[in-house]
Design a protein around this ligand. Structure first.
Ligand code: ZN
Length: 171
């Protein structure tokens, strides 16, 4: 079993509802606060970033972004924290949804699971309807904001890739 898969199972236990239900902006902020993470608005960051300051983990986020970007970016930063990437002397980590570095990829996976939980995709899979259109329809109602079409497709494709990769690790 790959370690990211085991870490996801641990986070499902530690973070109530994670990867079982979609997280809204407020759900994410509440989860962060319950875990003593300081969450602050900052217009100077592109999406979000995370660092360690004065004994606390701090996430800065730009409030002017579509809901889906907010979920992916704040979820990504919580992923860095949950996966143990944030240390007292590490440099700030910025959300990059499509980076190839392994810690960025792993944090990105956590962000995507906050947005579209594996349980939803699994339901589509067992009835033979796991495809981009279904992922889009499942998530479009309150999680896209005003994001444009090409990004939605890219995000749905990334989510499907993550589902399939986790399924391969699990089996
Ligand atoms: Zn990152």
């Amino acid at each position: 079993m790959g370690s990211i898969y085991n870490q996801i199972i641990d986070l499902e236990t530690h973070w109530q509802g994670f990867n079982k239900k979609p997280f809204s902006k407020n759900d994410l902020i509440e989860l962060a606060e319950r875990n003593n993470i300081v969450v602050l608005k900052d217009h100077s960051v592109e999406n979000a970033c995370v660092f360690h300051y004065d004994g606390k983990k701090v996430v800065l986020y730009n409030p002017h972004q579509p809901d889906i970007d907010f979920t992916l970016s704040l979820g990504h930063e919580l992923g860095h924290i949950g996966l143990g990437h944030v240390h007292p002397h590490s440099s700030p980590l910025h959300a990059n949804f499509f980076s190839n570095s392994s810690i960025e990829k792993d944090a990105g996976i956590i962000g995507f699971l906050f947005w579209a939980p594996s349980s939803d995709l699994h339901q589509m899979d067992i009835v033979g309807r796991l495809n981009l259109e279904e992922i889009y329809n499942n998530c479009k109602d309150y999680r896209y904001g005003d994001i444009d079409g090409s990004d939605i497709e890219k995000i749905c494709k990334a989510r499907l890739r993550i589902y399939n990769a986790l399924k391969r690790i699990k089996n």
